[in-house]
Design a protein around this ligand. Sequence first.
Ligand code: C2G
Length: 131
Amino acid sequence: MRRVITYGTFDLLHYGHINLLRRAKELGDYLIVVLSSDEFNLKEKNKKCYFTYEQRKMLLESIRFVDLVIPENNWEQKRTDVHEYYIDTFVMGDDWRGKFDFLEEEGVKVVYLPRTPEISTTQIKADLNVK
Ligand code: C2G
């Protein structure tokens, strides 16, 4: 079984996120999404989420491409996650290109996929004039 992993906040879930998850799942048989906790978002990513971790987790678990959702609590856990979950392929949008190449040292294939243009949570909030 080829196991794929990806990380993110996935707030205000939109079609850009779904495009990423669909393509990530196409790279294997089992997709794990490591979802940024509310604390990690606030302290490390300077992101105040609209939906709580539990709400974002429930939304992701409802997506047929997603097999498991676990929490992301820090930047460092990737190196251990890939062993703990027997990961073959690590996937991120190409806004992160190069940032996680070190995972190849752990025997993991690292894939950066083109982002879906024109859509982002920031853009949605701006269009809705939400702070
Ligand atoms: N994404 C995309 N196209 C968009 C928006 C997002 O392909 N229009 C991808 C991002 O590249 C990322 C994933 O969807 O791979 C989740 O996006 P975010 O929730 O913004 O995740 P991010 O804040 O980049 O968190 O440790 C890694 C971080 O947790 C990544």
